[in-house]
Design a protein around this ligand. Sequence first.
Ligand SMILES: [Zn+2]
Length: 373
Amino acid sequence: MSQRDPLLEAIARYPAPLIMTVVGLVGMPLTLWLFAPERAPARPETPVVISASATPTATPTGTPVAAIAAATQDIALALPEQSPAEALIVDAPASADPATSAEPAAAELLEDASATVPASTTETLSAPGSANSAPPPAQSFVPAPGTHYIALIIDDIGYVDDLGARAVALPDDVTFAVLPHTPHGVTLAQAAHDNGKEVMLHAPMSNLGAMPLGPGGLTPQLTREEFVQTLTTALDAVPHLQGLNNHMGSELTAQEEPMRWVMETLQGRDLYFVDSYTTASSVAGRIAREQNIPTLTRNVFLDNVQTAEDIDREFQRLLALAREKGFATGIGHPYAATLDYLEKTLPTLAALNIELIPVSQMIALQQQATGAW
Ligand SMILES: [Zn+2]
């Protein structure tokens, strides 16, 4: 009778503990390895969805397209409440008249005052971008030696007939930014084009001050489909467009995703983008460059304060920037004071070796000068 090992005998009699031990020693690391996060099958990203079905008619834009779409779809993006600090950003300057804030031009005035373009804005254009590929070739522009260049955009064209007509009759190559779906927008865009001027869409974008956008407003509450549809409808509503700039937008231009949707829409139409730069938090210009959309950023607002003295001071600042950098872009509005000033001043620029060029040429000039949009 052979001697039996007590341990083997015990294992033979009670195999379960051994099996469990083996399973535990081998199975646990195997399980951890198999279900490690990087080995787990990828799941489709689930967006944070808040059902909007309870309030189907509430849309910030008030456009029929947005209202219908919002009634049938969920809102995929919820924004946090605006903080008091953010609200301060768009507080009206002391000189602004709150009684007129519902007017588009006045509303923008409140917002325009909130963003001061850093002196380095034009340098940012020459910074190495994160573009996926080289920018497409711009139209060529040959600057004359000793000449400094400015571009001048008149925003908010469309609501006021007589001042709008006066604006499009300005001499030289002023560029006009026309609000979509406005009473006189199409007529004035056509008149500007007939007068040899460049026309862009002045796309209303949401602001931190909750100021009304008017028709065609773009907001973060829109789904991608609603957003692109609203912008496409606005682009189709104004003739002779060569580009787009933002009306207000201190909220929207700070958000990457909607700015990508803007640029994707422009890309299919071969249009440029001008960042009106109504907030220092704007990412619009960067997103435009990343997506190879020809772009520039506004340097000076001429008429945040509508007196001849204030407009002259800002215009001189524009000229000084142009002399320093070679080029600079200003934005004004169809105010009587602004038009008075420009009618008087634009004819004097040639004697100062300053040339006013349309925005498309300014973009080409900047690209040639800096090697980037
Ligand atoms: Zn505007």
